[in-house]
Ligand binder design. Structure first.
Ligand SMILES: *Cc1c(COP(=O)(O)O)cnc(C)c1O
Length: 396
């Protein structure tokens, strides 16, 4: 294949969604609590909980909303410290600030995972909750994290926005911590434009989250699992109205059966390109951790021995061949670079994370790509590294 593949187009939404959306447009039944029978949103909650193996699920407007409701349901006091990885999307510190808590950033290593020495050092009694962001689907050492947090009775929320389908020791990501949060925004494994869901086995937490999501009066009775914690929290909690509407559920539900194929193809595409990139002396794709089985829809790699100028020249060279490379730390105002999160009120010194962000490259690799596309992308990237390094040698 001589043409750069289009890595931006989404997969079409399964055709069954149309019939269901048409039915709803005719009836006007878009609000999850209108009909007496189980609404599409309630059906989605039951199906998603079953898919992941969780007791309870709550569908909401975004993963950010799910993270916010998780922190509120944990009943953290104002200004409580919440430990988060320094490599994540700005939505995560934003959810912490939204919940009137204080994000404390922990170092992330050049394999994009939480630096466990720094994590252990920062996990003192002042930390009231931990959010582990499996950024770009890279899973941090959940065994070590859970052992440290369980020993101090600190709740762990998994930000699994980009990790649907990933497993750790055979267990679904999102079911290891107390709460798991997922996204249905268009760049994630299931695409509804926007949307999110949280899962948990904790009856008290789900009752609070459901009520706060906007289940006013007795609307909690329309959720798939009803228990006595709802009556306990009745009228005790604010209603933030972060509900999902039926149209979103109609777009999401037919994609659930696509998850296994997207995971399988995404992983084989990723590993195929990773092998080709690792053959270059200038590029390293960090390996997965042993217990981890990933579900990638993009690839991240580090440039070895490159200066800032060479890193930018690499991105320009790849772009000339039609491949867009995002270097997290070098593009202006990047939402994944912690020094751009001015809203948290301080800029921490995190040399490891900073060094990683300055050389870590991000390339989209959707599951629908074919081998010719993958060869094209890998060749464009290794070729761009060669061009930059060879011209550097010629100058020297
Ligand atoms: C996309 C993403 C989010 C935010 O999800 P929304 O549904 O857009 O709020 C949070 N964390 C990570 C790691 C993400 O990739």
């Amino acid at each position: 294949m001589s043409q750069a593949p289009n890595v931006y187009d989404a997969e079409p939404i399964p055709a069954e969604a149309r019939a269901e959306i048409d039915r709803m447009l005719q009836s006007g039944d878009l609000f999850r609590y209108t009909s007496a029978e189980a609404s599409p949103v309630a059906l989605l909650e039951a199906e998603f909980a079953e898919l992941l193996g969780a007791k309870f699920a709550l569908a909401v407007s975004s993963c950010s909303a799910a993270l916010f409701l998780s922190l509120k349901a944990l009943r953290l006091p104002r200004d409580a410290k919440v430990l988060i990885p320094a490599f994540t999307f700005a939505a995560v510190p934003s959810a912490v600030v939204h919940a009137e808590c204080q994000p404390i950033l922990v170092e992330v290593g050049d394999n994009y995972r939480v630096d466990m020495a720094d994590f252990a050092a920062r996990l003192d009694d002042g930390i009231k909750a931990v959010i582990i962001s499996h950024m770009r689907g890279h899973t941090s050492d959940m065994d070590a994290i859970m052992a440290l947090c369980d020993a101090r009775d600190i709740p762990v929320i998994e930000d699994a926005a980009h990790s649907l389908g990933t497993t750790w020791n055979g267990k679904n990501i999102g079911t290891i911590g107390k709460i798991g949060c997922f996204s249905f925004q268009s760049y994630k494994l299931i695409n509804a434009g926007e949307g999110g869901i949280l899962i948990t086995d904790d009856a008290d937490l789900i009752a609070q989250a459901i009520i706060m999501s906007g289940a006013y009066e007795h609307n909690w009775k329309k959720h798939p699992v009803v228990h006595d914690r709802f009556a306990f929290w009745q009228n005790q909690l604010p209603l933030y109205n972060l509900r999902m509407q039926n149209l979103s559920a109609a777009v999401i539900r037919p994609q659930i059966k696509e998850v296994a194929r997207r995971v399988r193809d995404g992983l084989s595409n990723h590993d195929y390109v990773a092998d080709l990139l690792n053959a270059s002396p200038f590029i390293t794709v960090p390996a997965a951790l042993a217990p981890e089985r990933r579900a990638p829809d993009s690839i991240q790699f580090n440039l070895d021995g490159f200066s800032d100028e060479e890193t930018l020249a690499f991105a320009t060279e790849a772009k000339a061949h039609g491949i867009s490379v995002q270097v997290f730390g070098l593009s202006q105002d990047n939402a994944r670079a912690f020094w751009n999160w001015k809203f948290i009120g301080y800029t921490p010194e995190l040399p490891k994370t900073r060094a990683m962000l300055m050389r870590a490259c991000d390339v989209r690799l959707p599951a629908r790509l074919q081998q010719g596309d993958l060869d094209y992308i890998a060749n464009a990237l290794t070729g761009a590294a060669d061009v930059v390094k060879k011209s550097a040698r010629a100058v020297a």
